[in-house]
Ligand binder design. Structure first.
Ligand SMILES: NC(=O)c1ccc[n+]([C@@H]2O[C@H](COP(=O)([O-])OP(=O)(O)OC[C@H]3O[C@@H](n4cnc5c(N)ncnc54)[C@H](OP(=O)(O)O)[C@@H]3O)[C@@H](O)[C@H]2O)c1
Length: 281
């Protein structure tokens, strides 16, 4: 892998570009066009999932871009209906076929009670052993289940992809990821566009001659959190990539942390058997 001078984090011995490009809700034609454009702009990390119904288009976008596959970090996810041993490996094979590439990272999309974590983690490790992904990880796992899953996994779980933006506090989960030698990837890093109207973020943005989106993404990567913003617009993809030439002060970082609020969560689709970390702790 060669990501040039782009900032990366290292989980285990794997380097992951801190800024990626998300593709949820992108129709296939937008996914193909925007993945190719993002790669031409300089993004080297692409996020998709079977449930987004755009893996084939994402693969085409990668081929259209002309960027060497080895210089791209590609993530996809196993949907919850495919968590049983056997189903999971078949689903992973399906993703490889649709993408036309072996992903770098294969995630369990949401935690699920049945089948057991033991069965699903064994199947996920087996998918890796079969060469259906380079590495494995999780998405939407609270700290308790994150630890349980790592205990059951032979391979390191490289990341836990969860909702994270200025309106959410994530301290306990960030600490869990660190303790496990894993990482956090922030989904909805721009709070699905809501940061654009935030007065406090606007003030910080003005001070740096940057936009609200750029300040928010910078706030995430300065925490060593991976951010995967999505856009249908080439101009915004360019804007969101232009975050490597300024730095937020500790005071500015703390001020943005202060925007977290109890109702800040945008996508609470977790099985009621599981509970998000208590952030008051
Ligand atoms: N693992 C999971 O369960 C999970 C769940 C949700 C998302 N994800 C991943 O995370 C990625 C990002 O999350 P997301 O798509 O929910 O939301 P997001 O990236 O926080 O926000 C995307 C929205 O913000 C707008 N936007 C983009 N850049 C902007 C900017 N600089 N200023 C203002 N608005 C901007 C986009 O509109 P335009 O298109 O008009 O620019 C779009 O409506 C997804 O695409 C997906 O890959 C994962």
């Amino acid at each position: 892998m060669a990501y040039g001078d782009q900032p990366t984090l290292t989980a285990g011995d794997v380097q992951i570009p801190l800024l990626g490009f998300g593709t949820w809700q992108l129709e296939p034609e937008d996914a193909r066009r925007m993945v190719a454009e993002a790669l031409r702009i300089g993004y080297r990390h692409i996020d998709t999932a079977k449930i987004y119904n755009n893996e084939e288009a994402v693969g085409q976008g990668i081929r259209d871009s002309g960027v060497n596959r080895d210089d791209i970090f590609l993530t996809t996810k196993i949907w919850v209906e495919d968590f049983a041993n056997g189903d999971l490996q078949r689903a992973a094979q399906g993703s490889v076929e649709r993408l036309g590439f072996t992903p770098d990272l294969l995630l369990l999309h949401w935690p699920k009670v049945q089948p057991s974590f033991e069965e699903t983690l064994e199947a996920l490790n087996d998918a890796r052993a079969q060469g259906l992904t380079r590495d494995i990880g999780l998405s939407n796992f609270p700290s308790k289940e994150f630890r349980q899953a790592q205990d059951l996994s032979e391979s390191r779980l490289l990341t836990n992809q969860v909702e994270y933006h200025p309106y959410l506090k994530l301290t306990p989960l960030l600490e869990t990821a660190k303790a496990l030698g894993s990482s956090i990837t922030a989904w909805s890093p721009l709070a699905q566009g809501k940061i654009a109207d935030d007065a406090a973020i606007s003030e910080i943005a003005r001070a740096h001659g940057k936009t609200n989106g750029q300040v928010t993404l910078r706030w995430l990567i300065q925490q060593n959190v991976i951010a995967i913003p999505r856009t249908t617009k080439e101009g915004r993809a360019r804007e969101n990539f232009d975050i490597f030439d300024f730095e937020l002060s500790n005071e500015e970082v703390a001020r943005i942390h202060g925007l977290a609020r109890p109702d800040g969560r945008l996508g609470d689709w977790i099985d009621p058997a599981f509970q998000w970390d208590d952030v008051a702790a």
